[in-house]
Design a binder for this molecule. Sequence first.
Ligand code: MN
Length: 723
Amino acid sequence: MMRQYELVERVKRYNPSTDEALLNRAYVYAMMAHGNQKRASGDLFFGHPLEVAAILTDLKLDDATIAAAVLHDTVEDTQATLEEINKSFGPQIGALVDGLTKIKRLDLVSKRAAQGENFRKLLLAIADDVRVLLVKLADRLHNMRTLQFMPPEKRQRIAEETLDIYAPLAGRMGIQEMREELEDLSFHNLDPEAYEAISRHLHEVTTKSEKLVDEIERTLTAKLHAQGIEATVTGRQKRPYSIWRKMERKSVSFEQLSDIFGFRVIVGTVDECYRALGVVHTSWPMIPGRYKDYISTPKGNDYRSLHTTVIGPSRQRVELQIRTVAMDEVAEYGVAAHALYKEGVNDNSRLAVESRAYQWLRRTIDLLAEGDNPEEFLEHTKLELFHDQVFCFTPKARLIALPRGATPIDFAYAVHTDVGNTAVGCKINGRMSPLLTELQNGDEVEIIRAEGQTPPAAWESLVVTGKARASIRRATRAAVRQQYTGLGTQILERAFERAKRAYSHEKLKGALPRLARLSIEDVLAAVGRGEMFSGDVVRAVYPDYKEERRAGLLDGSMASQPAARPDGAGETVTEGIPIRGLSDNLTVRFAPEGGAVPGDRIVGILTPGEGVTIYPIQSASLADFDNEPDRWIDVRWDFEAEPQRYPARIKLQSINEPGSLAQITQVIADHEGNIDNITMKRRTQDFTDVTIDLGVWDLKHLNAIIAELRAKRTISRVDRVTG
Ligand code: MN
């Protein structure tokens, strides 16, 4: 176990003005508090906080962080109290220990299902001070190093959580060494066989290619030196987990993996980075597409470096990272490399200014405050943790970092929720472009806005950032729900009237348990969406109610049209339209200009003397009948009927360039859709509006066509039109 003076020595090595007395007090306090407690390994517990502190001294962190690491388990696991810590060590260390205690309590109750919620609380607990996260990561690292003493099922859960959350967080904070060790330890626990196999292979390769690594190091150092560049070149073997991921991603075997080694070239200045790159590229052939300049556009965690891959001596692929000493420090220590704490500055706002990694953390925490579903949140955050980023700019040169694959819609929401909600178009690098363009590094994006817009619900599935998705969902959910609730109210009032029973909110409230819904609004919305039948609601309120409906009877306003009521006609179709819930002597037709297709939720509107018109429930025309609930009829598709084609209408916005129309028709043809009619109208110099009437089998068919059209670069938007 580390002695008191050893801990002080470790800190003194990088911080000569360390507060020795503080460290000594923390050491003694924690030692007394933990007393004779033992860990699962049988070792004295006190060894654990000391190891955690030691990990943090490798990151060269400030006294408060080291002291907090030594004290991190005292409040939760011993008689020590937070008041005592506050009194003895001051409010700053007290706040750190408090954050760590909260996280520890999360760990104790952590279950797979609760993971999202836990992660959310974890981030909130560290929101005040990023140092809480650094101690927590070191704590997890030491626990992972000693995981073999835990029972197997606990081991599995802790390893999964580490791989899902802590390793990516360490990476996101820029502490790559720690991320890699966490990944390897998790991998070892979760899949010991694969881990052993890869390690064995790696060992063989290392033994065989020791000479090769030496040779590359020597050759490259000499070549750089000849150009007047002093550089340190080190070869490094990849880690088992990163090799495993690569094998999984590219589904290749170990033998097929060519780049097991990476080389780091550390030079003095930025200028020398580019010159060194020149030397590398003129000495060996480079592999196209592998060169990345993270110096001019750093990664979201402030990582800066040049990456390239060349065919080295012995015809073997060699990966190279070229960077300065300062960049290398950030690459290894991430957030911790921002020397603020080391200078004894404890102002978080300065860290926020300097470190992108911390900005990311802040953004993620902001998102938490808005999020409504912890699991969704976890999923988005995980996605964002793993994504590489693209960096784009506003016209005023504000930098907006987005995950790769992000669109201008994501960009708009990243600027501000209001900008996203009112976005109608965009210019990328000064040119009008579709809102669905995938943004590239360095793009300048100008969002064109129109006030009073609500974002189309379809955007939700087209954006990649959690923030955009959550905002779109919020904006559309409210509007849609209101619409369905209104519709549900009308359908229900009509149904009760038909049943000659009184409807009241009070009565419906009493029936909620029977309907398995939590509120009246839920019921109304469910009926409006067609998820619940009005008759079922009537029966839930009046269990004695027997519906007088027989097969083939008109379910709806036919009560007021006795002449049209047939008896025992069976469930039939009218004019080949397979709709249930109607009598067979009613004329049925689809709404003009884009009707319903099977799979749509539908409503029939009765026009006395004319028949019934079928509308998809999202149809805007239905608003015209809002005040005539008597005309609304429950109908549904007869899925046993013969398949046939139905007319649907879509509207596209296409970019004016040769071949764009051909692309559209090709997509429809590929999906065996029938084009009945196309009309085109040039809208601006850049865009043409295209309206297409087509025949499709059902909603799935239609959606497949729309989805593929949306994926085309020359098509900026596709919407279905319903009459
Ligand atoms: Mn601990």
